[in-house]
Each structure stands twice: as structure tokens, then as C-alpha cells.
Design a protein around this ligand. Sequence first.
Ligand code: NDP
Length: 448
Amino acid sequence: MSLKNEYLIGLMGRVIARNPGEAEFHQAVREVLESLEPVIEKNPQFIENGIIESIVEPERIIKFRVPWVDDSGKVQVNRGYRIQFNSAIGPYKGGLRFHPSVTESVIKFLGFEQIFKNSLTGLPIGGGKGGSDFDPKGKSDREVMRFCQSFMTELYKYVGADVDVPAGDIGVGGREIGYLFGQYKRITSTFHGVLTGKGIPYGGSLARTEATGFGLCYFTEELLKDKGTSFEGKTVVVSGSGNVAIYANQKATELGAKVVAMSDSNGYIYDKNGVDLKAIKQIKEVERKRIKEYLNYHPEAEYHEGCSGIWKIKCDIALPCATQNEIDEASAKALVANGVMAVCEGANMPSTPEAIEVFQSSGVFFGPAKAANAGGVATSALEMSQNSMRYSWTFEEVDAKLHDIMVNIYRNISAAAEEYGMKDNLVAGANIAGFMKVANAMNAQGVV
Ligand code: NDP
């Protein structure tokens, strides 16, 4: 798909000129603008009132130095970011990513996507994202703690339970959230729900750890149901072996599928008997080691260096749960040639635009990240609600709410796609449904 509307072509040009070299951000904006062509024809007020012009410009970009001392006594300096993109429907909400690949472009694309994803959950949360080029891999717990304390010593000025509530993302799990929360509490002398993904003893929500992976499978299950099928008996490939991947594997397996492959940034494992999730959890969650260690548990399985080969494995359903642009055109073609029926995105923007084109033109059921992985942030919003009420729901209560949210997301985006004449195009459906609520709120609030 390419842009045809003159106003949108001009706007895309201005986004590129104003954010030079930010390829990931351009990619995310272009995809949304392409979906909005039929919307602005029906709603010219969004152009007249500068809504689309405003939605592509972050409300605030915060960028800061993060100095810390490593175990050898040497000073290390990283860069921190928080991009508060849009607060039209609620306080900024979105994760923090600690990974060496983090740049302003990456945080901007993630923050932009977050606006629409958060809107799709039906909950009152605006869009934001943050992070640092710090790499927790290979660092001691004390080094990670000192880094987190330094990061929060700057970030605390800009966040708050009703202002901006960060959560985890790549490289930020329960350990990091704990250190960040501890430092916030110490600096401010308050006990506020300023972060989500907290440990259960200090305000975390049950089922938050599982939420993105479980939610991805609930969404996929609803899509498959709509198409007259299910997870039962299907072969599944899940990329990544982090938070999202592990719980996507668990739920897909519970729903009757067999997950045969998982990966990390070094390579992937293939186990034709079905990946032993207990071994993966031990390697990744407890020992924080590389996925090739899996062969110590299952010598009959295969390990291959490099990530992209995972998409050459024959499967019915692919759940990319590692990182952006991990499925390119060639990988998409390999999946299609092997008969993949559905691809649903657990990671953010894991498929390139060319890959999405391959899936859509081949009749593969394609669930875009904004919708399919919204279960994580939805459950974070449920954690905020529990913190406000000073109350905790049971695992089953949270899981049931998550399930309902994911089913509703599928139904809403599917209906939006149909309403705008693009039946089964869930990319367009997610962008349109997510956009409409935020755009109407912005319109009602005037030029702000
Ligand atoms: P984790 O850090 O827990 O896991 C990330 C996984 O992806 C690891 O297995 C990691 O391997 C792998 N990975 C990271 N970077 C690359 C790369 N460049 N190439 C190949 N593999 C890579 O992160 P999450 O599971 O939390 O996040 C995964 C994806 O899901 C991200 O896109 C994130 O934005 C998205 N997401 C996460 C949510 C959440 O609730 N956590 C919510 C919604 C979306 P290694 O260990 O080698 O680095």
C-alpha cells in the first residue's frame, strides 16, 4: 500500500524532514497514515483541526545522561529517554526498554504505536515509551541496580501515578522494575503506583507477567475461531525467549498447540517433540543464560546460530515475540511457502512492511502488534486500577478481564476494517479503531 491522499503525502514528508534518519519512526507513522486515508475522507475535521498533524508530534521528549559506576569502579555513561507522546485519553503509559539498540527513533516508534494500542484496550491510558542504550546482559545484579537507581534519579521528575506510568519492555523485567520502584520511593517518600510490572508483595498485579503472551494467544484464538479453526493440533513457532515468548508458548500449549521452536538474539532451537518450557524458564528466567543451553536438557533437539532461520521451520502459526523487523520479505515468503495459516505479532513491529504485504496478499490471517500484544499494557492498566483501589484481584479475575479485553480488541478491529471497506485487513482495522477514539478526544479538547 502507498499513500495517495495529498495531505497525507505532505504530512509524511514533514515527518521525515522533522525527524531525519529516524527510519523506525517513519515506518510506524507511514503504516498508520496509509490506514487513515478512508477515515479522513469521512472526517475532514481531523485535517481542519490539525489532529493528524498533532498526533505524529510527541507532546514531550525527555533525554538525559545516566552515569553509574561498574563493579570495577569505572564510571559508565548511558543515555536515557522518556517520550510522552499523547495524553488525550489518559496518563502516559508504556514500557522502558534497556538494550544497546535503543535510539530516539526506536523509542519514538514505540511511543507512537503505544497511543493506538492503549486506545484499543478500551482503558483510559495515553501513549508513552522510554528506555536506555544500557545493556543489562552480562552485568551483575549490583550493576543493574546502580544503573536503575541513576536512571530513576532523573526520571522521577517526570513521572507519577496520574502523570506517566512506565512498565517493562525488552531488558526490563521484575528485577529492574523493583530497583526503579525502590529508588522512586526513596527519593519521593511516597508509595505510589508509579510503575507497573511490580512484584506482587509491593503492589504488582497477578497475571501481569503472563499477560502479553497470554493475551497474544487469546487474540489469536479469537481470530482462529472467527475463521472456523483453533490452536488445537497446530504447530507453532515462537521467536524470542523473553517475557512475551515464554508465556505465549505456555498459553498456546495449554490451548492444544505444539510449539517447536524458540530463539534468542544468538540463535534458535528446534525441538520436534515440542519445546520443554520448564527448561526454557530455568535457562532464561533463573540462570539468565543463552538458549543454546537447551541442548544440555534435550540433546536430541537442534540449535542453529542466527535468528532468521527460525522462519524456515514449517509451522501453522507463527508468533514473532522478539523484536522489531525480525521478519523480512524473504522470511515471510518462507513462512508462506511452508503453509503458515496465521501470523500474530507479540513483539512490536516485528514484520517489515514488505513482509506484511506478503502475508496479506497470500491470504495469511495477520494480527498486528498494536492489537495482538495489547494484553500487557491492558493488564498494566488493571494494575493501576488495583493500586488506586488499594485492592488486589485474584489471578483468575485478572486473567478473565484480560481474556475479555483481547476478544473485544479482535472484534472491534475486525468491525472497523469491515466498516471502512477493508474486510480482514486487521492492520487497517487496528489503526483506525485505535485512532478514532484518540482523535475524537483531541478534537473535543481543542488546540492543546
Ligand atoms: P525480553 O527482554 O524479556 O525478551 C526479548 C527476547 O527477544 C529475548 O529472547 C531476546 O534475546 C530477543 N531479542 C531481543 N533483541 C533481539 C534482536 N535484536 N534480535 C533477535 N532477538 C532479540 O523482552 P519482552 O519479551 O518483554 O519483549 C519482546 C517484544 O515484545 C518487544 O518487541 C517488546 O516491545 C514487545 N512487547 C513486550 C511487552 C511486555 O509486556 N513485556 C508488551 C508488549 C510488547 P536475548 O536474550 O539474546 O537478548
